[in-house]
Design a protein around this ligand. Structure first.
Ligand code: AMP
Length: 117
């Protein structure tokens, strides 16, 4: 697993080569607003290190996974999503994944339907 994939859009955002509306950054995680929001709050929470998707996670990634969800909680708190929110990660083309760098969609600020499409 490489630190940066030169062909990866989100690695470009991590590197600062592609602009993004950042709402959080630390040593291993960044969060930024989705460019095509599907809810009043739609933030993407990603590891700095290139990991293709959730299926590529290993036991060694437990610390970064815990940090990713700590950032999800923090962003949800800061956005005032006490009524609830949804966390989504797409895995593979059939799920609708379009960017192959692990990311958690944090969606909130409106009622959510179930099941998702
Ligand atoms: P997915 O389809 O689950 O892989 O999600 C990828 C998400 O990245 C989509 O919701 C896109 O709207 C979003 N996206 C694509 N390019 C950018 C960008 N430059 N900045 C912010 N979000 C982006």
């Amino acid at each position: 697993m490489t630190e940066r994939d030169p062909d990866c859009l989100f690695c470009g955002i991590v590197a600062g080569d592609i602009p993004a509306d950042l709402v959080h950054e630390d040593d291993e995680v960044i969060a930024f607003r989705d460019i095509a929001p599907r809810a009043p709050t739609h933030v993407l929470v990603i590891p700095r290190r290139h990991i293709a998707d959730a299926q590529a996670l290993t036991d060694a990634d437990a610390p970064v996974l815990a940090n990713l969800f700590a950032v999800v909680r923090r962003v949800a708190d800061e956005a005032g999503l006490e009524r609830g929110y949804r966390v989504v990660t797409n895995v593979g083309p059939e799920s609708g994944q379009t960017v192959f760098h692990l990311h958690f969609h944090l969606l909130g600020g409106r009622p959510m339907a179930w099941p998702p499409g």
